[in-house]
Design a protein around this ligand. Structure first.
Ligand code: NAD
Length: 355
């Protein structure tokens, strides 16, 4: 296959994990006989430094010509003045909006080898493999808002339209079909009108997916069930704010922020793939970054935008095998354990892929 991937390394550890990920991609191209063209663009702090704009038009043009976007991370202390009118994170919001990426997919998986790093008992974490699908461009974050500083009051409105719910529900049902066949829709239908529309619409969409078992949870109950029976979930779909909170809650199950990938998808195969972590300025430039979140983001890109399932699985299995062998970056090493650098960990993944 021929495909173009736009890479946006960004700031902090972003460029470090991007370089290693492209080494992995090279091996995949060789092994499976693909021809990937890699382009690169500026985003975030480095884009502000070089152009004054966190998402320059040239970057958008580069991404428009690609089949998918691979993004590392943006931000850092240099650009974190809250009073600044131009900030790195604006680049992220703008790129999601520009490409109509309304569904954010965050898989959370636990690794037996890392059970001691997670805050829950090991027996509860056994077999956890959840995909959270968060609606990304609607809901309370995009509703009407009014700030009344003088009066000391403010409001936000949670608005969902039927088509907004339908399209994200379809993404979640299709994902459930490819996984364990179970979907949990999360809402607050007992209190909020927008969430009653959410539930009604999800039930209607379910008619197209008779092979998927659907259940509903109120968001407050879901936060509890995620900790008491995480292994019982398959796919979870939620609106923007509830999905934001639940995906951060679920992320701790994996043991380190550095392990988690994400995909932001629109209605076409095109998507933006990025690790969940930020630019980790505290460890930037020291070879300490865990590249797994970025590798697994590449696997998602291959799966969802290029439909290369075997290639995606090859990366995921190589990461599993390296962890099972006991290799650890600093964030997932126990006291006294040997620590691999970002480059050494990558080399081990490459060796598994090449074996
Ligand atoms: P962070 O995710 O960058 O770091 C939180 C902690 O996790 C740090 O101790 C860091 O060292 C560690 N960590 C993160 N990724 C790691 C990895 N791959 N390997 C090993 N350890 C890792 O979050 P933060 O410190 O709150 O934010 C730092 C900067 O990143 C801020 O400017 C923030 O705005 C930005 N940020 C960007 C994104 C993004 O690009 N999508 C997301 C979150 C934060």
């Amino acid at each position: 296959m021929k495909a173009t991937i736009a890479t946006l390394p960004g700031d902090g550890i972003g460029p470090e994990v991007m370089v290693e990920t492209l080494r992995v991609l090279d091996v995949i191209a060789d092994k499976f006989g693909h021809d990937f063209t890699i382009t690169e663009g500026l985003i975030g702090g480095i884009a502000i430094d070089e152009t004054g704009n966190p998402l320059p038009d040239e970057t958008i043009a580069t991404c428009e010509q690609a089949d998918a976007i691979l993004l590392a991370a943006v931000g850092g202390p240099k650009w974190s003045d809250p009073m600044a009118s131009v900030r790195p994170e604006q680049g992220l919001l703008k790129i999601r909006q520009h490409f109509g990426l309304f569904a954010n997919l965050r898989p959370v998986k636990t690794y037996p080898a890392l059970a001691s790093h997670a805050p829950l008992r090991a027996d509860l974490l056994e077999g956890v493999d959840i995909l959270i699908v968060r609606e990304l461009t609607g809901g309370v974050y995009f509703g009407q808002r009014e700030e009344m500083n003088d009066e000391g009051s403010a409001y936000d409105t949670m608005i969902y339209s039927r088509p907004e719910v339908e399209r994200v529900a379809h993404v979640a049902f299709r994902a459930a079909q490819k996984r364990g066949g179970k979907l949990t829709s999360v809402d607050k239908a007992n209190v909020l009108a927008s969430m009653r529309l959410w539930r009604k619409t999800v039930v209607e969409v379910a008619e197209d997916y008779e092979d998927v078992e659907l259940d509903h949870l109120l968001v407050d109950a879901c936060t509890m069930h995620l900790l008491t029976r995480p292994a019982s979930f398959d796919v979870i779909v939620a609106g923007n704010m509830f999905g934001d909170i639940l995906s951060d809650e679920a992320s701790v199950l994996a043991g380190s922020l550095g392990m988690l990938p994400s995909a932001s998808l629109g209605s076409e195969r095109f998507g933006l793939y990025e690790p969940v972590h930020g630019s980790a300025p505290d460890i930037a430039g020291q070879g300490k970054a865990n590249p797994i979140g970025m590798f697994l983001s590449l696997a998602m890109l291959l799966r969802y935008s290029l439909e290369l399932e075997a290639e995606a699985v090859a990366i995921e299995e190589a990461v599993d095998a390296v962890l099972a062998d006991g290799l650890r970056t600093a964030d997932i090493a126990r006291k006294g354990e040997d620590v691999a650098t970002t480059g050494q960990f990558t080399q081990a993944v490459i060796a598994k892929l090449s074996a």
